[in-house]
Design a protein around this ligand. Sequence first.
Ligand SMILES: [Mn+2]
Length: 543
Amino acid sequence: MKTVKTIYVIGHRHPDTDSICSVIGYAAYLNTLGGGQYIAARCGDLNAESRFALEKFGVEAPELILNVEPSVADIPVTYSQSATANTPTIDVIETMDANDLRNLPITDAAGKLIGLVSEHGLAHAYVSTIKRENLVMSPMPVETLARILSADIRVRKHDVLEGSVYISIDALHVILSRITAKDIAIVGDDEPTQLALVSAGIAALIIADSAPVGDRVLTAAEARGVTVLSTDVDAFGVAKTIHLTLPAEMIMATDVPTVHMGDTLEYVKELVSNSKYRTACVLDENGKLISTISRNSLMDDVEKSVILLDHNEYSQAVEGIETADIIEIIDHHRLGAMATLQPIRFDLEPVGSTSTIVTRRFMESGIEPEKGVAGALLSGILSDTLGLKMSTSTKLDEDAVSFLAKIADVDPTAYAQELIAEGMSLSGVSQNELLDRDTKEYSLSGKRVIVAQILTPSYEYAQNQSEEIYAALQMKMHESNAPDIYIALYTSVSEMGSDMFAVADESTMMKMHWGRKPMHLEGVVSRKKDFVPRFGRALANLL
Ligand SMILES: [Mn+2]
């Protein structure tokens, strides 16, 4: 089975509406061009505004992918052999032989993994455990037995046979004294013995070595309910083969390592090399067997392919990004430091949103997005540009908005107000949640800086809440993986300015003249255009 490689189109951590909607748009665009292997993804929860936008246009949220380290799903699925619980061992061995396998997974009738037959398990079952036991046949359909022995069914009186198996080499009275109605006898061409066994009322007669079977025996067997098989195989061969008909479930091991599609290859490699079977079975979420992974299938370097939207810095990207193959980047933020091995397509444009750049791809190629996709892209632009009011908005954003609004069938001005009000809604949300709503991480002058931005209806909000905000920020600095500097911008779009709260170590606080009270920044609305460049310079000068 040949599978097309999945490519994830993914935005930044703490996704905002642009990050969510641009990936929906771009994955749809690429899938329209052909292939269908592009998956819109996100590496964080939807905020209230994004959820509102997706619900309004009936669009599904991008798939949640918290880590892009290579996983089991990235190994090409290879056709995988297995057998069911009641498969005779001899068939298991044949499958293993024919496919050059050292192990064979065993499933129940529904395909769920229940164990593994290994070469070691086979040797153990046949050499040590049962070597001195009498020959017994586990319940087996007559057809299966006939197939294994290449036998003809001359009289069929049973569906399933089981019981002790005797080779008739003793004197007749001896064998008759042992045998019961459930048992099976292997005989040669001795017709009186054949007849005597049938008359005694056994379950089945296996006539070995191409011996003739007379009409009298067949008639008697018919009358007494005895199944008769005849085969070319000699008596020893018949006995040996029956010995190898134990059902797989009786000789399988149950301590087989199992993995799922999402498990990282690093984990799987460890598991496989520590397993005595040198293999792991891949199961779906219901425990059904998908395939097996051996050391060989882990030899090749595999990686996830990703297209990054709305960011181009490692610190903002999904976990595991350093192991992934970045094949394209589309963004409208500052140029961050990201290195790739291969040349890639890199589209960085100073426009209002990434959704704008994606919309231009549709416009330029003459492809019309579906209504829901158009609505999502429109939401991305209106959210990032605050209804085209931000200083970052350009003519290109306006053009994209008119193009999309027509397809999505909404009035962009009215919808922008609705959307932004949703994004600014502060009721019933804790300070801590607000601080997580829209954060970006930067590396500035060697410091890890997180800048959270919270949109408010007016300055009043942050000024009234300053104690709570400061306390919540200080709590953030105690979390694991806390940055060097944590900044929160409470931005009033209608008044075109922000109040900045900042926490850092004491010496930085001193040098930057930061205190518990917010610093008012008139005219600072856009984090990336108004705040980060100015702040970056101030930090570089003072530290
Ligand atoms: Mn954006």
